[in-house]
Design a protein around this ligand. Structure first.
Ligand SMILES: Nc1ncnc2c1ncn2[C@@H]1O[C@H](COP(=O)(O)OP(=O)(O)OP(=O)(O)O)[C@@H](O)[C@H]1O
Ligand SMILES: [Mg+2]
Length: 227
């Protein structure tokens, strides 16, 4: 049944506010977004408009004040946290601007840990690293890797468990143009070959042009590019 859903990810009328001292900042203001299965979507918009807030909600890392997140046809609104966590672990991969790799572990073991947390076997890691062009970092600690190597490893880790959706928050924000291209090619390959749906926040129109669709956010809503 789930494969017949056209949309892998839907956000419906999301509202989210944060308390900043005495005042409440209303960040998302009735945001709607639908992402088709297999899309590569870029999200752009001015700093502070709520892009990262949206990504956290889409990834079930935080809860909206109201509105719904529907993942693969399942409305997550009234799910308990354990059920949400299970969906997050199984169906979603994350890449952030900062790499969040563990320096006490090798590149290989950073991925192995992520798979073991999910109860998955670790047989394919060397093949995955080789296919991503980072075979040489398998035995290195992340702190001894270049920025580009760290981000390639981060992307490999994010997709090793074969999620349906990759959520990326400024994944190329700390990379030079050569490494930016490499990361975009990794996203494209996973998108085209494995049908991975990608939602990527970026400030760069050049980076956004790698996506198949771009939506623009302002004042807590999508103002352009919605289907
Ligand atoms: N956990 C939080 N607690 C309080 N305020 C928050 C929290 N997260 C975000 N905000 C506020 O919400 C607003 C939107 O932040 P968000 O990080 O979503 O913006 P953004 O569009 O990702 O910006 P940038 O492009 O600079 O990354 C900001 O004013 C921010 O201070
Ligand atoms: Mg942000």
């Amino acid at each position: 049944m789930s494969n017949s859903n056209r949309y892998i990810l839907e956000a419906i009328n999301l509202h989210k506010s944060f308390k900043a001292g005495e005042v409440r900042e209303h960040v998302l203001r009735g945001l709607d977004l639908r992402v088709e299965r297999g899309e590569f979507l870029a999200v752009m918009g001015p700093s502070g408009c709520g892009k990262s807030t949206l990504l956290h909600l889409l990834g079930l890392m935080d809860k909206p004040d109201s509105g719904s997140i529907i993942i693969d046809g399942q409305d997550t609104t009234y799910m308990d946290e354990q059920t949400q966590a299970a969906i997050r672990r199984r169906k979603i991969g994350f890449v952030f601007q900062r790499f969040n790799l563990l320096n006490v572990l090798s590149g290989y073991d950073n991925i192995a840990l992520s798979l073991k947390i999910r109860g998955l076997d670790t047989d394919g890691i060397d093949r995955l690293l080789a296919s991503m062009g980072v075979a040489e970092v398998a035995r290195k600690s992340p702190e001894k890797m270049s920025m580009g190597q760290q981000q390639r490893l981060t992307v490999a880790r994010a997709i090793a468990h074969k999620p349906d959706i990759l959520l990326a928050d400024e994944p190329t924000g700390s990379l030079d143009s050569a490494n930016t291209q490499t990361v975009l090619e990794m996203f494209k390959r996973a998108n085209e070959q494995d049908g991975l749906t990608v939602v990527m926040i970026t400030h760069s129109p050049t980076v956004a042009s790698a996506a198949s669709r771009v939506v623009y956010m302002k004042d807590g809503k999508i103002i352009d590019g919605n289907t």
